[in-house]
Design a binder for this molecule. Structure first.
Ligand code: PAP
Length: 319
């Protein structure tokens, strides 16, 4: 970690870190107490300065690799269900990330959408709660936060960042990736601070933030989809439920369905970006417990102990 500035109120990041396990191909900047990929830093600052939330907005907030793609697809399908059914949904031909604008990158698009008749109120962000534009915190908009077992997040993150267009590291050492994540140095990390920021805020202002857990959604998707729809203000009617609308949305957004769509098997997300991502990288395994293939006993002990320390008394379980 190389300190490059010390003044607290500077607009410059206070530290930077180059990931050696990625052959130094990814640089993280620390600003406002969290790490961001260099390419997203400027967009985050611009959003903080200029973004004006509206009370009808719904924000999908998440730490990377916790189920964002799934949640975006579900929320989009719920909100647009009167316009599109499962055979005409844009999700059949568009990556879920391209259906929901990303605050750190798509400010212009979000503003343009507001004046458009096709406007729908979804915006996503990976920013920690403390780094959200103030207008989000002070408005009556809704926030949906998804979280996931930390061990599967680390494995998912490891695979994802080794395959970005400007990293592409074959056989990156998992142990180094783990150690860096464990030290809190990861995109939008530390992960536990990210989740605790939203958790704390949900208790200060309970009605505004819905917490969803990836593993719980897998166990009981129907009731979580209903909770989600109610919370964001698009509840299902009995008629819709009886007509199978919920089941159709669940099938449309399922991992098996999305990963086999042509659009998600080919092409790039943000093709002009240095960190452009092959669409298929968003659909890897979606397997609970995949971490067992990667973690040593020592890693398990270390991360479990850290989670006990960080989350004690919160009721949150990330292990
Ligand atoms: P992002 O932060 O880059 O958007 P995100 O969608 O949060 O990534 O997480 C990706 C994980 O969700 C992947 O997990 P894995 O690496 O353990 O496989 C991906 O497979 C999984 N995923 C993507 N789509 C779905 C879905 N429809 N249902 C369940 N899991 C999914």
């Amino acid at each position: 970690m190389e300190p490059i500035a010390t003044m607290e109120n500077t607009l410059e990041p206070v530290a930077q870190h180059t990931c050696s396990w990625l052959n130094n191909s990814m640089k993280l900047l620390n600003y406002q107490g969290f790490w961001n990929i260099e390419d997203f830093h400027e967009g985050a600052l611009l959003a903080q300065k200029t973004f004006m939330a509206q009370s009808s907005d719904v924000f999908i907030c998440s730490y990377p690799k916790t189920g964002t793609t799934w949640l975006k697809a579900l929320a989009f399908a719920i909100i647009t269900r009167e316009k599109f059914d499962e055979s005409s949904s844009p999700l059949l031909t568009t990556l879920p990330h391209d259906c929901v604008p990303y605050l750190e990158k798509d400010l212009k698009k979000i503003e343009e959408n507001r004046n458009n008749s096709k406007h729908f109120p979804l915006v996503s962000t990976h920013l920690p709660y403390t780094a959200l534009p103030r207008s989000i915190v002070s408005s009556n908009c809704k926030i949906v936060y998804i979280y996931r077992n930390i061990k599967d997040v680390i494995v998912s993150y490891y695979h994802f960042v080794t395959k970005l267009s400007n990293t592409r590291v074959v056989d990156a050492p998992f142990e180094e990736a783990f150690n860096e994540f464990y030290r809190g140095i990861s995109w939008c990390g530390p992960y536990w601070d990210h989740i605790l920021g939203y958790w704390q805020a949900s208790h200060d202002d309970g009605h505004k933030i819905l917490f969803l857990k990836y593993e719980d959604m897998k166990k009981d998707i129907a009731s979580n989809v209903k909770r989600l729809a109610e919370f964001i203000g698009y509840p299902f009617s009995n008629e819709e439920e009886n007509a199978g609308v919920i089941d159709n949305i669940i099938k449309l957004c399922s991992f098996e369905n999305l990963r086999n769509l042509e659009v998600n098997k080919s092409g790039y997300h943000r093709p002009d970006d240095p960190y452009r991502v092959e669409n298929q990288l968003y659909f890897r395994k979606a397997k609970d417990g995949d971490w067992k293939e990667y973690f040593t006993d020592e890693m398990i002990e270390k991360i479990d102990k850290l989670m006990d320390e960080k989350l004690s008394g919160t009721g949150l379980v990330l292990k």
